[in-house]
Ligand binder design. Structure first.
Ligand code: ADP
Ligand code: MG
Length: 686
């Protein structure tokens, strides 16, 4: 009996020495079973030769023919360019890296067979760096699809395939434990074998689409594993003690007076749900979803008053300095009249000021501490943290959230946690992604808001936009002009804003124009924001730093440059800065030509709707869930075989399976998680 593959070290495979096993470990591959669960993410069809004339750009082919020319080409970059010809056509083979020997060999190669992706190149159809071999050495065609594995840094595809073949041999002598209730025709082992080595008669189209039953079966198991892991994290948290709060009392009622408005029904309901959480003896973890402008901040304020009434501190963390500062100002205004002291901490609070703030936090003099991720740095010590609030949680990495939570944890106690987001997630998705959290939705906007009208325009019509701004200024309206750039570089974005400000100042001599961007001194930024707020400025030129939190109700016009380059969620956030007052608001989305179909479709969604949920659903359809959820940056929710969009229909069944697993097969739950998730800690969105 060869035993449990999950316990057999990968070094037991032939050819895996210390160097290779180190590289494999980086990919989370430590056992023979891990090799099997590192699944191909696509396939190449090398089973047949395609006539050169039938090849199309964007597809990969095996092509075969004669080398008819081979020379060094001097374009922008020097390259070796050979032409391969059969009786149907000709294709260029281009090599940017090549040796003298290769050049000579290729020139005299005669008949060759090659494989690679065809693209439209400088000389017509070309393949860059094809794999090729001379036909004289009689190479066999592949009999089945060739699996391609996800990033195997330092481990070549062919080397990995050899390991897989060995691992499959082991699998044939043993088996893998079935952990889920049996509802499939194929066993787990059969499905895995099929996907690593699809047989020659496989349904290629089905496999390429990811809809083969072997894939569905594994995707189901993987999705279940993810949900189970979230539920385990939650179970662990619930074993801890939380600060138990009494019912809200006088100050809680009083702070509602400071707001100067009545809570909407949705706000009241969510505030009540949060208050109930805080009175529990287990740490709560609640996600508050609410569209831009739905009024999430007051929920944070109420919860921190509740916490204060029970002698606990609250930490409120926001992703940008600007937003954190806005929160600090709002919260301080609301809380100071009740005798509740706030503290402010960001990377820019330094020196003596920082020492003072840290002392106030440690002594418990500051009850509500507001800031950026500076809040969870080593030297920040709380006296008794009862509640952690994370605003715009999707902007934080999972590790940052974990760190802040850990701050308040001592022994077996942990603070309550509230996370807020404006990224609306369709319900089917949120159920699986946030299986570890309770979710509250603020599904109502404060009264008196006027929907924003949106226009999509080529930036060739910039002039007409500018004359419209001139008009708006004379009417006493206030305007945002948002500069964006394709480069991720903050420096360039700030420079673009500076240039635009100068340009607009020339074109609009009567307008009072201000500028904010991420690289300005914080005090200056605050000054400019305050001037804009108090109507000393008509036009604010800004980078996307104003994306979150900025609240100037009188601003009713927004121009966004290069809007086609931003995600819909981000556009929606930005646009949410206007339409906050009672005047009709207008947003102009400028784009640069040429505009692709996809971009056109996306901007059209913005034009049609102001509803964050609708926009998110459409975004999901157009782009897929990865980007929508902003999970790229946090590294969570990366699947080996499942695809949230494609597999959406499974989600209700996955949910059921994960619940059953937790209640009836708890002993198998961790085995399932370890099989699929190499770093389960990361998944817990805590
Ligand atoms: P979010 O964080 O959900 O985008 P905010 O908390 O920043 O929204 O609130 C947006 C604006 O709406 C703020 O100016 C806030 O003072 C105001 N606001 C919040 N709740 C109400 C309400 N119930 N009635 C009127 N205005 C409100
Ligand atoms: Mg907010």
């Amino acid at each position: 009996m060869p035993g449990d593959l999950a316990k057999i070290d990968v070094t037991s495979l032939k050819g895996v020495g210390p160097a290779l096993s180190k590289k494999l470990a980086k990919l989370g591959i430590e056992t023979v079973q891990d090799v099997l669960f590192h699944l191909p993410f696509r396939y190449e069809d090398r089973t047949q030769i395609t006539p050169i004339g039938a090849s199309r750009p964007g597809e990969s082919y095996v092509l075969q023919g004669e080398i008819v020319a081979c020379e060094v080409a001097y374009g922008r970059r020097r390259s070796l360019l050979a032409y391969l010809q059969d009786n149907t056509g000709k294709v260029g083979l281009r090599f940017y890296h090549f040796s003298k020997a290769q050049q000579k060999n290729l020139k005299t190669a005669g008949a060759i067979r090659c494989f690679g992706e065809v693209r439209a190149g400088a000389s017509g159809l070309e393949i860059y760096h094809p794999e090729y071999s001379q036909l004289s050495s009689a190479v066999d065609m592949e009999e089945s699809l060739t699996p391609v594995y996800p990033a195997t840094e330092g481990v070549s595809q062919s080397r990995y395939r050899v390991l897989v073949t060995q691992a499959l041999d082991r699998l044939a002598q043993t088996s893998i434990e079935e952990l889920l209730p049996d509802r499939w025709d194929t066993s787990l082992a059969q499905a895995i074998t099929y996907l690593h080595h699809p047989p020659p008669d496989t349904d290629v189209a089905l496999l390429m689409e990811g809809k083969h039953p072997a894939q569905t079966r594994l995707a189901f198991e993987e999705l279940t594993a993810h949900q189970v892991s979230l539920r385990i994290v939650r179970e662990q948290i619930q074993k801890l003690q939380a600060p138990v709060l009494d019912s809200p009392s006088k100050r809680y009622a009083a702070v509602k007076q400071s707001f100067g408005f009545t809570l909407t029904g949705a706000q009241q309901r969510v505030a009540d749900e949060v208050a109930v959480d805080l009175m529990k003896s287990q740490p709560s973890l609640r996600l508050i979803q609410g569209d831009v402008g739905s009024g999430k901040t007051v929920i944070a304020a109420l919860a921190s008053v509740h916490s204060f009434e029970n002698n606990f501190q609250t930490a409120l963390m926001a992703p940008t300095e600007l937003l954190a500062e806005q929160h600090f100002i709002n919260m301080s205004n609301w809380l100071a009249p009740l005798g509740i002291k706030t503290a402010w901490l960001s990377g820019r609070v330094t020196g003596k000021k920082r020492i003072e703030e840290l002392a106030r936090i440690l002594a418990g003099d500051a009850a509500v501490i507001i800031g950026t991720h500076a809040l969870f740095q080593k030297d920040v010590e709380f006296r008794n943290l009862g509640l952690v609030i994370v605003d715009e949680q999707h902007r934080f990495g999972v590790n940052q959230r974990l760190a802040l939570r850990a701050k308040g944890s001592a022994g077996n106690t942990s603070p309550h946690q509230l996370v807020m987001t404006a990224t609306p997630i369709p319900r089917t998705l949120s159920m699986s992604i946030y299986a570890d959290m309770d979710v509250s939705v603020i599904d109502e906007l404060p009264p008196g808001r006027t929907p924003v009208t949106t226009t999509v325009m080529s930036d060739e019509k910039r002039d007409s936009v500018i004359s419209r701004i001139a008009e708006a200024c004379t009417e006493g309206r206030q305007i945002y002009w948002v500069c964006t750039l394709i480069e991720e570089s903050e420096v360039l974005q700030c420079q673009a804003a500076e240039v635009t400000e100068k340009e607009l100042a020339k074109l609009l001599p009567d307008a009072r124009i201000g500028l904010v961007h991420g690289r300005m001194a914080p005090a200056l930024k605050t000054d400019v924001m305050n001037q804009f707020k108090s109507k000393q400025l008509d036009l604010l030129v800004a980078t996307t730093v104003i994306e979150v939190g900025v609240d100037v109700p009188n601003a009713s016009l927004m121009v966004i440059e290069n809007s086609e380059r931003l995600g819909l969620a981000q556009l929606h956030q930005l646009r949410g800065r206007i339409g906050r007052g009672t005047t009709d608001s207008h947003c102009v989305l400028l784009y640069r030509k040429p505009l692709g179909n996809l971009s056109k479709e996306r901007l059209e969604v913005m034009r049609q709707s102001n509803d964050g949920f609708f926009i998110a659903e459409r975004d999901l359809e157009i782009r897929g869930p990865g980007e929508l959820l902003g999970t790229r940056q946090s590294g969570a929710m990366q699947f080996r075989i499942a695809d949230l969009m494609r597999d959406q229909e499974m989600l209700p069944m996955v949910r059921e399976a994960s619940l059953t697993m937790m209640s009836e097969h708890r002993d198998k739950a961790s085995i399932l998680v370890n099989r699929w998730i190499k770093d389960p800690e990361k998944l817990g969105r805590v």
